[in-house]
Design a protein around this ligand. Structure first.
Ligand SMILES: C[S@@+](CC[C@H](N)C(=O)[O-])C[C@H]1O[C@@H](n2cnc3c(N)ncnc32)[C@H](O)[C@@H]1O
Length: 374
């Protein structure tokens, strides 16, 4: 059964965090109070690098769904990634899911229904932006001078520990914890010594950029929203929506490999890490949609979905790129499986293709399959 992790009991409280006594882990924390009144920058759901994100296709997706699906109350974004497509329908009843916990944490921030204290969160963020963390921790011991400098690793580790401790002590509720982690993850993404994912870091790259946390621009959520961190094939057996939007991974590149470090920081279970890219064990996070099981998984998924409309994003890179970037589902299989479920229309908008290699892929279009279910 999917876990619906919503904290309704947590009350709306506000506290001046900078006034509380230092916890044990804060003892090596130095706060520069001169800067504590500096303004915070705000960031939106799109201010993050994410493979396969739909930022540039938002208008196309929104317009097509609204035109084809008419009036509807609920929409499910079940391979949600950043949640950018769900965010187009902020006033609807949203059902948002991703297999990565780091994405679920961000979804709690953008779409959560629990109350939270803005002044409290701002106060923590300002404090975190003014620390100088001196002691070693899980991050600095394992990741120093790879994706981040040693100093930034100490800061990230310190901040993440502090968030966890404050949550355990009941000083912040689940929503506030998620907002603070989201702020940390987006700030890490801004300065990571990578080309946007964590499969590798740049040798001789720029490591000394400062880690500065911002404040997410959070809109009011529909109180019916449901957020999940489940394998989609299990989840669709127990949820339903008027419109179900699907944006599966297209190729063999696993998201848990690309974002292992953000996942590690979000979970904060401090696992052993291996290899040059310092990855943790990700066995339970692997997706069937990146393997030869993709077609079977997709057939099972569509069969079990309960919706009036199913909307699928899938590009047409099958057999056009190199092995790693080749699509895992063929157009023939997609059409066969969707046609067994309803009446199918396909819409397309040309879109620059993603390729992991140097293959020269031309004429790729991002397609939207809309299936009106029987
Ligand atoms: C193409 S991305 C979605 C991008 C998203 N539409 C956006 O704009 O950010 C696919 C997402 O599916 C998630 N995913 C892969 N396999 C999954 C599964 N079996 N169940 C749930 N989510 C899965 C990945 O973690 C990834 O975030």
């Amino acid at each position: 059964m999917p876990v619906k992790e919503q904290e309704k009991k947590n009350s709306y409280t506000s506290s001046i965090v900078s006034k509380r006594l230092p916890s044990k882990s804060s003892l090596r924390l130095v706060v520069n109070n001169d800067n504590i009144n500096q303004p915070l920058y705000y960031f939106s759901i799109y201010n993050r690098r994410y493979l396969g994100n739909k930022y540039k296709l938002n208008e196309f997706i929104k317009n097509t769904i609204e035109k084809e699906c008419g009036e509807f109350e609920s929409i499910a974004d079940l391979f949600a990634g950043t949640g950018s497509v769900a965010s187009l329908f902020q006033n609807k009843h949203l059902i948002v899911n991703d297999i990565l916990y780091s994405n679920y944490v961000c979804h709690q921030t953008w779409f959560g229904i629990d109350k939270w204290s803005e002044s409290k969160v701002k106060s923590y963020i300002k404090q975190y932006n003014n620390i100088s963390a001196k002691s070693e921790n899980y991050m600095s011991k394992n990741f120093a001078d790879t994706f981040f400098s040693k100093n930034n690793c100490r800061k990230i580790g310190f901040i993440r520990n502090d968030i966890e401790e404050n949550y355990k002590k009941g000083l912040i509720n689940l929503r506030e914890k998620c907002i603070l982690i989201t702020s940390l993850l987006y700030a890490m993404d801004k300065i990571a010594n990578t080309c946007g994912h964590y499969d590798a870091y740049r040798r001789n790259g720029e490591l000394d950029r400062e880690l500065v946390l911002g404040m997410p621009s959070i809109q009011i959520s529909n109180q019916k929203n449901e957020l999940y961190n489940e394998d989609i094939n299990n989840l669709v057996k127990v949820v339903s929506a008027d419109v179900v939007y699907l944006d599966p991974p297209y190729n063999s590149r696993q998201y848990c490999d690309a974002y292992h470090l953000l996942e590690n920081v979000a979970r904060w279970e401090k696992p052993k890490v291996f290899g040059v890219a310092k990855k943790m064990d990700r066995t339970s996070l692997k997706s069937d949609y990146c393997t030869i099981s993709a077609t079977n998984a997709f057939e099972d998924l569509i069969h079990n979905i309960k919706a009036k409309y199913i909307v699928l994003s899938y590009n047409n890179m099958a057999e056009k790129g190199n092995d790693r970037s080749n699509a895992k589902l063929s157009d023939e299989d997609i059409m066969r499986i969707l046609k067994a479920k309803g009446i199918v229309k396909v819409f397309s908008q040309d879109y620059k293709a993603f390729s992991t290699g140097k293959s020269n892929i031309e004429e790729n279009a991002e397609r939207l399959f809309i299936c009106k279910c029987f």
